[in-house]
Ligand binder design. Structure first.
Ligand SMILES: *Cc1c(COP(=O)(O)O)cnc(C)c1O
Length: 457
């Protein structure tokens, strides 16, 4: 089929939407390492995990064998309000770049929360509701996850308690108010509400908080409150499972036109959008049915895949969560204060870490000024104002398309455009005013955090 016949946007009919999530782990010969109990270093049992997480989500977390999980009808109905997410052929960008490459992006910013996180938020809220819980607790950094979760909880009538990293709470009042509009309560973290928050405040007075610390607070709140569980917006295998809806839709849309991507690119924070986007394609690669190049793009200021180590580490600062084997910078690592591009988590999903370790996926890091250059370029050409996180993928997609211009190769590139950047204008302002710099941690700095990794036999 000729390219001309491919529309700007490939939509799917309601009947073509995925009815099941795809569990990539089922096709991995070497499975991701299990979560460990931080006290005993034994694999976490379902019973232990159920004190923190909802029961069905624990089943999904531990299941490395079931290939498909049916998407509950209630979740599919909610998905219909904002899905399918458009798959866009970036004709304008291709023309501007003068590249023979064909560029597609899957746009997940088409809902009020502004990112892909809603795909897992509604699933997690649904299972909490089904279990008869009163509510859920969580943390949020930049605020996208908290926003998505508050929307999902409002829809299902669940209470939602969000610990928001203090510097974001202060710098992003609009995000906070969106969450409150959807009925969530939002607490700046570290707070005096929890034991771990008080401890961190005593040790580091005046701290502006971190994701790892907000996670510890949210977990403590969940386990000490009757009828509450903790939910997490990235990193965990269950989140990658829910996000497979991104890749399944993208693949169905491309298959309709007989298009096969050569390169699939996504930004990587905790790994959920990338894991979801690549899932069905990676499945084909693992089964030997097709081959693709996969590229994870991360910030040079928080380079867990490209400069971290593959080891067991804590998921949070308070060391209350299970240990996960992942590419990590160490759980105390916090990107420097000038870092504005999101994707600031110290570790990477165990599933993606394992795939990367097996050489099935590539990773690269990009500097934030180059990310914002790409963001602005993209906004002016394709119209969408991208989230800084998403712009890491845009950067790499443009770089690959430019390579094709130089070599004359007509590669097909698919990238994930995870969200919009309306709430990130302070970061854009810094960029426009020339106040953004590219601080990259030194090897010595990284070694300090690496030395503190737990020793696991
Ligand atoms: C949270 C977020 C990310 C990064 O999270 P992953 O779990 O790595 O996908 C990327 N883009 C946007 C817009 C986000 O909100």
């Amino acid at each position: 089929m000729k390219n001309k016949e491919i529309p700007y946007k490939i939509y799917l009919d309601e009947s073509e939407l995925p009815k099941a999530w795809y569990n990539l782990r089922a096709d991995m010969k070497k499975k991701p390492a299990p979560l460990l109990n931080p006290a005993t270093h034994e694999p976490m049992t379902a019973k232990e995990l159920e004190g923190v997480f909802c029961e069905e989500l624990v089943q999904q977390e531990l299941d490395c064998d079931t290939r498909f999980f049916e998407i509950p009808k209630e979740v599919r109905d909610f998905y219909k309000m904002y899905r399918p997410a458009p798959l866009v052929r970036a004709y304008c960008l291709e023309e501007k770049l003068g590249t023979p490459a064909k560029i597609y992006y899957k746009f997940e910013g088409n809902n009020t929360s502004g990112s892909h996180k809603l795909n897992s938020a509604i699933a997690q809220a649904y299972y909490a509701k089904k279990q008869g819980l009163k509510g859920v607790t969580t943390e949020t950094g930049a605020g996208q996850w908290g926003t998505a979760l508050s929307m999902a909880c409002a829809y299902l009538g669940l209470d939602c308690k969000v610990y928001m990293v203090k510097c974001s709470y202060e710098q992003k009042p609009f995000r906070r108010e969106v969450m409150r509009t959807y009925g969530a309560s939002v607490t700046p973290s570290p707070s005096n509400e929890t034991e771990v928050g008080r401890k961190i405040l005593a040790e580091h007075p005046g701290t502006t908080g971190s994701l790892g610390c907000a996670i510890s607070e949210a977990v403590e709140k969940a386990v000490t409150s009757d009828g509450y569980r903790y939910v997490l917006g990235s990193v965990l295998s269950q989140v990658l499972l829910h996000q497979s809806v991104i890749g399944l839709e993208a693949k169905t849309a491309l298959d309709k036109y007989g298009v096969k991507p050569d390169i699939i690119i996504g930004c990587a924070g905790g790994g959920s959008n990338l894991g979801g986007l690549i899932a069905p394609f990676m499945g084909e690669k693992l089964r030997g049915e097709a081959d693709y190049r996969f590229i994870a793009v991360e910030p040079a200021s928080c380079p867990s895949l490209t400069r971290g180590v593959y080891a067991y580490d804590f998921c949070d600062t308070g060391m209350v969560c299970p240990l996960a084997k992942m590419y990590t910078l160490g759980c105390d690592f916090i990107p420097s204060a000038n870092h504005a591009g999101g994707l600031r988590y110290h570790g990477m999903s165990s599933v993606l870490s394992e795939l990367y370790d097996q050489g099935l996926m590539e990773a690269r890091s990009v500097k934030q000024t180059e990310v914002f250059e790409a963001a602005e370029y993209f906004a002016r050409i394709e119209g969408i104002l991208p989230a800084p996180e998403s712009s890491h993928a845009i950067r790499a997609a443009i770089d690959e398309a430019v390579k094709c211009r130089e070599t004359g190769e007509e590669k097909t590139i698919l990238f994930g455009l995870t969200g919009t950047g309306y709430f990130d204008m302070v970061a854009y302002e810094k960029f426009h005013d020339g106040k953004m710099d590219d601080y990259i941690p030194t090897d010595e700095e990284l070694a300090v955090y690496r030395a503190k990794l737990p020793k696991i036999e």
